[in-house]
Design a protein around this ligand. Sequence first.
Ligand SMILES: C[S@@+](CC[C@H](N)C(=O)[O-])C[C@H]1O[C@@H](n2cnc3c(N)ncnc32)[C@H](O)[C@@H]1O
Length: 437
Amino acid sequence: MKIPNLFSFNQIMEKQTVMNMQVSQDYIKTIELFAGVGGFRIGLENISDYSKKFKVVWSNQWEPSTKIQHASQIYEKQFGYENHSNENISEVEVKDIPDHDLLVGGFPCQDYSVASTLKNSHGIVGKKGVLWWEIYRILEEKKEKAPKYLLLENVDRLLKSPANQRGRDFAIILSSLNNLGYAVEWRVINASDYGMPQRRRRVFIFATKKDTSFYKNLKNNSNIDNISKIGIFAKTFPIKCIEDKNILTDKLSNNLVDITNNFNRKTPKQNAFLDAGYMIDGVYHTSKVEVEYDGQYTVLGDLLQDENTVPKEFYISDEELERWKYQKGSKSIDRINKTTGHKYTYSEGSMGFPDCLTKPARTIITGEGGASASRFKHVVCVNGKHRRLTPLELERINMFPDNHTDGVSDTKRAFLMGNALVVGIVEKLGEKILDEI
Ligand SMILES: C[S@@+](CC[C@H](N)C(=O)[O-])C[C@H]1O[C@@H](n2cnc3c(N)ncnc32)[C@H](O)[C@@H]1O
């Protein structure tokens, strides 16, 4: 049968060009900083069923403490070498980072105070090696090409640090983003509150530029609505209604040196930033929140691999079990402070042992791997036998694909999962962002 020639060569080429343009326009060009093994990327690129898609156009990951770059190796194995940089972000020139719409990353919680203002172009001096200033540098040097959106993740302690001047560091982040023209929303989310398999509380931060619908929504609605209904976090992770009288509102100085020296000096032990909030035009509103969720829950027992496939080194002998019981049990130990010589008694209560299979997992920490008995590592009891969790199970607890970190030692895989995030949170946020854009 002769196939009718519906399109001329030129028409086909024209169509192809239009399609390519549409494809590239429909991508939300994303860069992933502090990429680890790519938790943000998996969450965002998992999202289907939308005409628009997130596409990571550049990523950066560099581990300062080791020569071998395990996280970066895994990242490259899973996502390819192209557009991945394994350099200290402080040494990357902004001109080498492609323009992008969204910047994502889980940056370390450090001391963000600034030393002084300088007459030179940057105006402020963040401490050397403090990685927040690397994000700031990218935004500042990109100028009008700076991304419209930022999605960041950090430990919830960020809202309270430093301990002797609570909130100062977060105030510096908010004020510096305000100076660059962003509105900022934040929310502390415990993944297990929304049915995900790990009790992991992290603060998520979403910043948006003036010409976005997110910014306009925040600008045009009341603070109650923004925190409890309209903001990205309330839409993605619902909360119960909040009351006006419970919202703290304050204006931030736009001088970072002033914030460094004076923020929350009068009530330094009181929290200035609560679990949910937003800042626009230098004014922030923040409130405690209560989760509203009646969906399904995934628990530790749902994620265990078939017992026949668990390598024998994960099992705990009877002799070792006593050491684990000691670590997990309540105890009081006499100690001496090495510097002051002060004698004191250190006490800790008992922990659930073994870990409950009908609850979500506890937070995975970087020291989760390795055979030595520890208070914080998970131990499960299946068919009467105690064992540690396998790397595959740790991946599942973070909602990573099975065997994502395969190729490095089990202890390293556990470390990488301790550093990572619960992918499901990013995926849900990504969907809501796509709904809106
Ligand atoms: C909290 S982890 C983020 C993990 C990531 N979200 C994931 O899913 O695996 C922070 C990452 O920043 C990396 N990092 C630390 N200092 C860095 C630097 N100077 N330049 C680039 N990456 C750095 C660490 O190696 C670590 O992998």
